[in-house]
Structures are given as structure tokens and as C-alpha cells.
Design a protein around this ligand. Structure first.
Ligand SMILES: *Cc1c(COP(=O)(O)O)cnc(C)c1O
Length: 823
């Protein structure tokens, strides 16, 4: 934070004198909202937020235990007995607003330039790149990751330190009225309006409204940078803002800056013509439209802050298409690697360590870390790192660089130090780790990707990348569609719809989902063996697996009288009480008790009290289709009736649940006590009502193995099915039907994305490879190929080959490596 806060000061800022401050007035150095990250309890203020999905107040007793003494709570918070007298509770009717007030105060203490970015696309990339380019000359504060929300922006402001010379923040909103709040906090001197996009955004009635709301960030800015070729942005800004504030750039002459593009095979040149007709040619390593737009915003942003073109180019030379994500990758011997090879400051390290803390338990916690590039007092920075290491209970520390050994004094964990990355690589044995959790984090010049490369299990060039933040987003979206009291069971059957059950289940456990469901006992056993402790329902358990259900506390679905008897007898013999779930058939006619079997069921529940009926459910046959609405409503009515009868003879009412993802959207009145979320979590809104509200969670990627030049008339692939219209080039890519890339995509039905451009499939998809037409695409061997992901609709892909998204998702072969990240 820019300065420490006294308690008296906090009280003044909050404008409420609801606390008696008798203390000697300790100072607050850190403000947190998350119970995981308490490093200096005595100097921490915990702000308890309450939302649809969580309540920070619940953490207060454990934080008090950890030594935290200062809290900002809601006025209606009842102080629990066990909280001692020397704890200071500030009260506010809305703690989020109070948090924002504190950050506004902090922002106002910073008298150096603040640049802020908003728009629909590219905000985070522009912020990251601009931060890197500016750090050639300045000490830069920037929002961590994509902290751009009503809570993320205040937290970003707390990350600004007194020694920073410029701050770069991003602001994102999802509905009207939010931007005023962010503007009041950030008060940017310079604004960048990034790409506005044409997609409808759910929270906004029209494109016009979207522009109007987003541009509120800039009402008090001195300058607003935008791309003139974005006609809507241009139209809006020129009619609503003073001309002298606006800094326009374009591909074409006629605006303040012209930035035209010239691509060659190795680079792209950006030719800048300034208002004074000065010229400069930049060279950038990007070819795709989006990156070229983003980097041009960065150039103009840096020029506006007074940077010389040659220094900007210097900064760009260090940019790669950087991966600023925190990524989870499988390592050798069951180790799990957290790849944070692009990180250079304390804020990033804290996030990475928190991410580490959220992973399932492993043998040891290993931290491989380079010198930090943090500007400031070196000793202080490493003292801070030391505290983090102790707090996160790291078992083995491997440090690389000139300064990192400053950590040595005061740490009791096992430690190894290396001068540089080369000597680490030489000294590092792949089998040094077994079942460990390894965080690899370092500044980019240390090239720690080589370390990750060495430790990472190499399988095959095709990966399925799962964005855990997008998963959280989708989960929270469905949470907003149901009552806070309704529970959520998440379906992680079929390898979590192809996404990988264990990591996804672990993440759901972090999100505090109520229940998980799998199809078969083995799937449940695997989750338990990897430390998943949530209750797990098993849809279709086999009789041979009863002992496994018992051993691993899995809760089977019972769907027939015969099955009831078998399981009841087993439990009686074992003197074991088992929680069970009853499947009620209201029209699916797959498994389950019919209305006519409830009499039998009554007798059975009396005969086998060992089986404790925990929930009752049914499944809709056509929840996603209006055409079946009458039938769905009939099913739901029958379900209610059956539940009533069962409750009558059980003497209690178990949990009831009927809705799948589509049903949550269409029949919220029938959410009962719990809903069963499936495909929606994985990013597909099958109703098509809220397509723009969900985020795509997975990207299937591979690489180009070879490029070939083909003459007109030559054929490509098996059965000579592929032909180019004229001479051209094709790329062979490392994915085939054995990976789950459907053979029905053959002969131009499917296409893939290479460097932002569409490349159609040529010829038949083979088992492990296929060929695509890259005649008009700038592509080389080793380039990344996107099969599907954000921007490519799974529903459309499925439709093209006559199937449903469920099949595409679950078909991805287990040999495709799954990689998880937070963006
Ligand atoms: C798979 C499944 C769901 C989830 O369905 P989605 O359409 O993926 O939301 C819900 N209930 C049962 C019984 C299921 O088998």
C-alpha cells in the first residue's frame, strides 16, 4: 500500500464512528478479503464481503485465531462469543462499498500518472504488455492477473506502493452503474479504450449502452486513446467528449497517429507516423489481428506517457506472446507442476502461492524461484518473500540468481541455491521429485520455461487447456439463477465431461459446491484417492463394488427394488449404515422407481433401516426444448407427488432435486432443494438463452508437425480425398480421430485456427494426424493450432457433424494432456 493506515484514519474514511478506539493505535499495512493470505496478522485488516456464493464473515473466528485483530464487517454481523475484546470491528452497512472507499482514499494518495484500460476484449493483455514496456523506464504498479471488478480494482489499488512511478489498471463491468464506482476509485489520467467487440453482452441492452457505460471510466481523464477504425467507438467518443482529450490512431492517415502494418515471414512491422510527421518503425513478433491491435494501443499508451520510441521497441523485444497464466501441468512421478514462469513481482508470487495452497495435498511443497525483479528495498522484498515461504509451509526451496540467497537466514526448510538457470538445469534430476507439488516461478529473463520443460511429463503435442477461472465464472452464473439456499450438485461423470475429473473436482471443492456426482464407482474411488472430500453420489454402481462404496464413503443411487434388497443385505451383513439416493422415474424410462413401485419401496425402507435415504431425484427428458415444456411440467408435478408420498412413509423429507443445466434456466420454480449442474459448467448453454453469459472453459490445441508445398492436381491423404484448388501449402497437424477429433470433420467440414486465421481440413482425418490448407496463412512448423476454444462455438461444431456438444467434449481421448490454468 502507498502508506500505512491508522485505525483512526480508517474510521475517518468510513465516516462512521461505531468503534471505540482505545488502543495504542497499531497501523494497517495490508487489507485482505481472503482468509488464505494472512502473512502479518497484527497489521492486517480483513474486510468481510458477502455475496451470492460466499460469506467472508464465516472466516472471522479462524482469522482471530491466526492473530488478526482488525475487521470490517457488516452492521448486522453478530459477534460470536469466542471473539475477544481486543479485536476491533469496524462496521458498515455494505462492506464492499466500504472497501471501495478505503481504496479511493489510497488512490488519492498517489500523485503520479494512472492509466486505465477498459473495453470488451484485450484489457488484460494490453495492461500486461504496457506494464512490461513501461518497466524499461519506470517502476510500474499494475493490476494482478485480470483484477478488474468491483472488488478486483480496490485490491489492485492496494497493490500500489509509494515507490511506483506509474500505475496501470484495468476496469471491467458487466452491467450499468458499475463504472461510476470504478471511475471514482481509479480516476485515470489516461485511458485506453480497447476493442469493444460486436458480441451482445448480457448486462447491456444495446451496443450504444455498452459504450456509454464503459466510457464513463474516462469522464475525468486528460487523454483517451482509441482506435479510429472502430467506428462505433469513434462515433461515440467524438460526440460525447472534448476533441482535445481524444487521441486517435488508425491504420490509415487522418488521425493523430497512423500505425500501419506490414507483415513478413518472421516479423510484423508497424510503421508509426506521428502528428509532427516524425516516423518510427517497430518490429513485433505477432501476426494475428488481435495482438496487432493490442500492441498498437500499448505503443500509443507508452508514447503518451512520454516514452521514447527506441525504449518502447526495447521493451517490445522482451515481449513474447507471453503466457501470464498460472498453469497446472502433470509432472514426472505423479508430481504436479504449477507453471508461473512469467512472474516478476511480489503480487504475482502471492497469487501463485495461494493457487498452490488450493491444490489437493501432495507429498512435499517445492518452490523453485528466481531473483525478484521488484524495484524497491531489496532486503525488505526478500523479508516479505521469507514470510510467505514460512506461511505457506514450503518443504523445499530452490533459489536461482544473485540475490535470492538473501532468503537463507531465518528459513528452516531444506534449501538449494544456484547462480543461474543453466546450473540449475544441470543439477536438476527428473527423479528428484515424486508426488510433489512444485511451484516454478521466475522473472522472464531466467527462462524458467526450460525448467518446466524438464520436469513436465511429455506425452504428445496435443493439449486440452482448462481455464479454471472460466469454470468459476460459469458456476457463479448458475448460482445467481437459484436461491442462495438451494444446493448445487455438480456432475463430474465421464471425466468431468472430458475436462479431467480430479482437478475440476478439487476446484469445485474450493468453490464449496455441495455435492459431486459420478457415473460409476471407480470414478468416485479415484476422486477419494486424490483427496476429494465432498459428498459423492454414484449414479450407476455395480453390485461388485459395494465394498468400495463402503470403504470410500460414496453414496449410491438406488433405482429398483432388487437393487435395494441387494445393497440392504450387504449393509446388514457389514453392520454399516449407508447414505443412498433414490432415482424416481417420471418419464425418462431409463432407471428408477415408478409411481406404482412406491408401495414396495415403503416396505423395503422399513426392512432395511441401514439404507438412509438422503435424497430423491428425477431427470427431465427434454429440459432444453420448449417443445417438451408440457411434458417437463408433468414430470415435475409427478416428482413432487412421489416425493410427498415417500416423505410420508419415511417420516422425513430427504433432499429433492430435478433440474439439470437446461432445467435451471427454464424451470427455476422447480429447483427444490438442490440442482444438478452439468454441461453448463463446462461452458455450453444448451437452451441458447444465455450463450453470452457463459465462458468457454476449454481449448483443444495442437501443433503443426510439417508444412508441405502442393502442386495443383496432387491429392492429399488416404483414398486421395483431399485436393487443393490451385498450388498451395498444407500443414500436417498432430491430432486425429484417436484423440477425439471426429472423423466427420474430414474434407472441409471442419476447420482449425492458426495464427488467428481459419484453415479448413483437407482430405480425411487420420488416426493421429490430419492435414489443413494453409495456402493463405502465415504459418510455420511448430506453430500452435487451435481446434476449439473461446470464439469457436461447440454447439456449431457439433451441429456441423450431426451430434451434440456433450459428445464432442467427452470424446477427447485420455492421451490428450490436460493442463489447468487461471487467467
Ligand atoms: C448428466 C446428468 C445431469 C446433468 O445434465 P446436463 O444436461 O449436463 O446439465 C443431471 N442429472 C443426471 C441424472 C445426469 O445423468
Amino acid at each position: 500500500m502507498i502508506q500505512n493506515l491508522s485505525l483512526a484514519n480508517i474510521r475517518k474514511i468510513l465516516g462512521e464512528d461505531n468503534v471505540d478506539l482505545t488502543d495504542t493505535d497499531p497501523v494497517i499495512q495490508t487489507i485482505i478479503i481472503d482468509s488464505r493470505s494472512v502473512i502479518q496478522p497484527e497489521h492486517t485488516l480483513f474486510v468481510a464481503l458477502r455475496g451470492a456464493k460466499f460469506d467472508g464473515h464465516l472466516f472471522i473466528p479462524s482469522l482471530v485465531e491466526a492473530g488478526v485483530k482488525h475487521f470490517l464487517v457488516r452492521s448486522d454481523y453478530n459477534t460470536p462469543q469466542e471473539i475477544e475484546k481486543d479485536v476491533v470491528l469496524f462496521r458498515a452497512s455494505d462492506t464492499k462499498i466500504a472497501l471501495q472507499k478505503l481504496s479511493t482514499y489510497m488512490r488519492d494518495q498517489f500523485d503520479r500518472p494512472v492509466l486505465a484500460i477498459t473495453g470488451s476484449n484485450g484489457k488484460t493483455i494490453i495492461k500486461e504488455w504496457l506494464g512490461q514496456v513501461l518497466s524499461q523506464k519506470f517502476s510500474v504498479a499494475k493490476s494482478p492477473k485480470s483484477y478488474n471488478s468491483q472488488v478486483g480494482v480496490p485490491l489492485s489499488v492496494f497493490g500500489i506502493e509509494a515507490y511506483h512511478q506509474v500505475a496501470v489498471l484495468e476496469a471491467g463491468i458487466s452491467k450499468p452503474k458499475e463504472m461510476q464506482v470504478l471511475e471514482n476509485i481509479i480516476k485515470p489520467d489516461i485511458g485506453i479504450f480497447s476493442n469493444i467487440g460486436t458480441a451482445h453482452e448480457e448486462g447491456f441492452a444495446s451496443q450504444e449502452q455498452k459504450l456509454k457505460e464503459k466510457s464513463k471510466l474516462f469522464i475525468n481523464s486528460k487523454y483517451i486513446i482509441y482506435r479510429k477504425d472502430q467506428r462505433e467507438v469513434e462515433g461515440f467518443l467524438t460526440s460525447h467528449f472534448d476533441q482535445e482529450k481524444l487521441i486517435a490512431w488508425s491504420d490509415n492517415p487522418g488521425s493523430d497517429y497512423t500505425l500501419s502494418i506490414k507483415r513478413d515471414s518472421e516479423h510484423t512491422k508497424i510503421i508509426l507516423i506521428k502528428p509532427d510527421f516524425g516516423m518510427f518503425t517497430f518490429q513485433v513478433p505477432f501476426f494475428d489481428e488481435a495482438s496487432l491491435e493490442n500492441i498498437r494501443h500499448v505503443i500509443i499508451g507508452a508514447i503518451t506517457l512520454g516514452m521514447k520510441e527506441s525504449d518502447i521497441q526495447e521493451g517490445i523485444n522482451f515481449l513474447k506472446a507471453v503466457d501470464m497464466r498460472l498453469t497446472l501441468k502433470p509432472g514426472y512421478h505423479q508430481s504436479l507442476i504449477i507453471d508461473d514462469t512469467y512472474n516478476n513481482d511480489l503480487a504475482g508470487l502471492k497469487l501463485a502461492l495461494d493457487f498452490m495452497a488450493a491444490q489437493r495435498p501432495k507429498n512435499r511443497k517445492v518452490l523453485i524461484i528466481s531473483d525478484l525483479m521488484q524495484v524497491g528495498n531489496v532486503e525488505e522484498v526478500y523479508q516479505e518473500v521469507q514470510k510467505l515461504i514460512i506461511f505457506h509451509e514450503i518443504d523445499l526451496l530452490i533459489g536461482v540468481g544473485q540475490h535470492i540467497h538473501l532468503l537463507k537466514t531465518g528459513l528452516s526448510c531444506e534449501q538449494q541455491y544456484f547462480q543461474d538457470t543453466a546450473s540449475l538445469l544441470e543439477g536438476l534430476q527428473e527423479d528428484a521429485f515424486e508426488n510433489d507439488l512444485i511451484l516454478v516461478t521466475g522473472a522472464r529473463i531466467f527462462e524458467f520455461e526450460k525448467v518446466v520443460n524438464k520436469l513436465q511429463q511429455r506425452i504428445h503435442g496435443t493439449t486440452l487447456e482448462i481455464n479454471l477461472n472460466a469454470l468459476t465464472h460459469n458456476y457463479n452464473f448458475y448460482k445467481t439463477k437459484i436461491l442462495p439456499s438451494t444446493k448445487i450438485m455438480v456432475m463430474v461423470k465421464a471425466f468431468a465431461y472430458g475436462g479431467g475429473a480430479i482437478e475440476i473436482a478439487n476446484h469445485l471443492q474450493q468453490l464449496k459446491a455441495d455435492y459431486l456426482a459420478v457415473a460409476y464407482t471407480d470414478e468416485g474411488v479415484a476422486l477419494r484417492e486424490q483427496g476429494i472430500s465432498l459428498p459423492i453420489m454414484v449414479l450407476n454402481p455395480a453390485q461388485e463394488s459395494f465394498h468400495l462404496l463402503q470403504k470410500h464413503e460414496l453414496e449410491p443411487v438406488v433405482y429398483s427394488p432388487e437393487f435395494f434388497i441387494q445393497l440392504g443385505k450387504y449393509c446388514r451383513l457389514q453392520h454399516f449404515k449407508m447414505k443412498i439416493h433414490l432415482d424416481l422415474d417420471t418419464g425418462m424410462h431409463r432407471l428408477g422407481f415408478d409411481l406404482s413401485q412406491l408401495g414396495d419401496l415403503k416396505v423395503l425402507t422399513e426392512r432395511f433401516p441401514e439404507l438412509q435415504v438422503t435424497s430423491l431425484y428425477t431427470h427431465l427428458v427434454g429440459a432444453d426444448d420448449v417443445e417438451h415444456e408440457d411434458f417437463s411440467l408433468k414430470q415435475l408435478a409427478l416428482f413432487s407427488k412421489m416425493c410427498e408420498q415417500i416423505a410420508g412413509f419415511l417420516g422425513h423429507l430427504p433432499l429433492r432435486h430435478a433440474l439439470n443445466s437446461a432445467g435451471i434456466i427454464r424451470y427455476p420454480a422447480y429447483q427444490f432443494d438442490m440442482v444438478r449442474l452439468g454441461i453448463g459448467l463446462y461452458g455450453v448453454e444448451v437452451n441458447g438463452i444465455h450463450d453470452t453469459s457463459l465462458r468457454s472453459i476449454s481449448s483443444l490445441k495442437t501443433t503443426i508437425s510439417q508444412i508441405k508445398h502442393i502442386e495443383a492436381g496432387e491429392t492429399i491423404g488416404y483414398s486421395r480425398r483431399g485436393k487443393l484448388k490451385a498450388a498451395g501449402k498444407i500443414a500436417t497437424i498432430a491430432i486425429g480421430y484417436a484423440d477425439g477429433y471426429d472423423r466427420r470433420f474430414s474434407n472441409g467440414v471442419g476447420s482449425v485456427m492458426i495464427n488467428g486465421q481459419k484453415a479448413p481440413i483437407i482430405g480425411n482425418v487420420c488416426m493421429d494426424m490430419c492435414m489443413v490448407d494453409v495456402s493463405s496463412i502465415n504459418a510455420k512448423e511448430g506453430d500452435e493450432v487451435l481446434i476449439y476454444g473461446p470464439g469457436i462455438s461447440l454447439k456449431e461444431l457439433a451441429k456441423n457433424i450431426g451430434t451434440i456438444p456433450y459428445e464432442l467434449l467427452t470424446n477427447i481421448s485420455s492421451r490428450v494432456k490436460r493442463v489447468y490454468y487461471l487467467d
